[in-house]
Design a binder for this molecule. Structure first.
Ligand code: SAM
Length: 279
């Protein structure tokens, strides 16, 4: 993949995540937690293992990894959004986790010792990177021989979101999201695509699995709060203020039609986990 000139892109993504530090994964909708749980189960670090969680955010994978490796293990979390790192480091201290270390660092080139980590995870991170293959190549060098890297990406997205396309697609900021992570023809939109990325970074035994995740929202306000609590927030922020109310009203009307028999608004997703090994 061709490296995209950064032109402030990294600062904008880090700023985006810093702006959601309080609400991220915290609006009563289980999304990043269940995904991280499956990823941690899949990479299955042994007690005592040394693990690196890249793009650790608010610790969805990090804290589960810390529990898996136990007091004898060591978990390092890195993220380039300083407020996310500060809040997660504070949580680690509050939980009394002496085996967790959280640092501000760019996933593109982590300044960490080579050949040190048994496992590397990156849950919902890889599609933010300007050159994922180059990043994976760097991550490979941080692993011990036969060490495992595991990433999560989007599988099929509920087709009903297509109903919103004519309303919101015109505002998508393509200078930040250069590739749609859900595009089935893009590098992150198929098992083969993500596995190819892994192989292009010199990793071996790339394999993927998928699982279903159903999101349930009480009402459109909770749905809206959820979409504003993570990367999708950028979309709302790309809509000019004088158009926002009108766009939002139309979006709400359509999303309200996604209610199931129980009255909850539901959204059905599949999530992909892809694992590979350092030779
Ligand atoms: C969708 S969040 C996922 C966070 C966490 N892994 C989880 O599952 O909840 C993506 C995270 O990746 C971080 N990130 C994106 N690009 C990064 C980069 N180049 N270097 C470090 N962190 C990055 C963001 O700051 C954000 O915290």
């Amino acid at each position: 993949m061709v490296e995209v000139p950064d032109t402030g892109r990294s600062e904008r993504i880090a700023g985006l995540f810093d702006s959601v530090v309080e609400s991220y994964d915290n609006v009563g909708v289980a999304f990043f937690g269940p995904i991280a749980e499956r990823l941690v189960d899949a990479v299955a670090p042994a007690p005592g293992a040394r693990v690196l969680d890249i793009g650790c955010g608010r610790g969805a994978a990090l804290f589960r990894l810390a529990a898996a490796v136990g007091a004898e293990g060591q978990v390092t979390g890195i993220d380039f959004a300083p407020k996310m790192v500060a809040a997660t480091a504070r949580d680690a201290r509050a939980r009394g986790l002496a085996n967790v270390d959280v640092r501000v660092m760019d996933a593109m080139d982590p300044e960490l010792p080579h050949g040190e980590f048994d496992v590397i995870t990156a849950s919902f991170v890889i599609f933010f990177l300007p050159d994922p293959a180059a990043a994976l190549t760097r991550w490979r060098s941080l692993l011990v021989p036969r060490g495992t890297v595991g990433v999560s990406t989007f599988g099929a997205w509920d087709p009903r979101w297509e109903q919103l396309s004519d309303l919101i697609a015109p505002y998508r900021d393509r200078s930040v999201f250069t590739v749609d992570p859900r595009d089935p023809n893009g590098p992150f939109g198929s098992d083969a695509g993500v596995e190819r990325l892994m192989r292009s970074a010199g990793l071996v035994d790339a394999r993927s699995s998928q699982f279903d995740l159903v999101l349930r929202f009480e009402d459109v306000e909770q749905w809206y709060a959820w979409t504003r609590s993570h990367g999708q927030r950028m979309l709302w922020e790309s809509i000019p203020e004088n158009e926002l109310g009108h766009v939002r009203d139309q979006v709400f009307e359509r999303v309200d039609g996604w209610r199931d028999d129980s009255g909850l608004i539901t959204s059905h997703h599949t999530i992909r986990l892809t694992l590979a090994q350092r030779p």
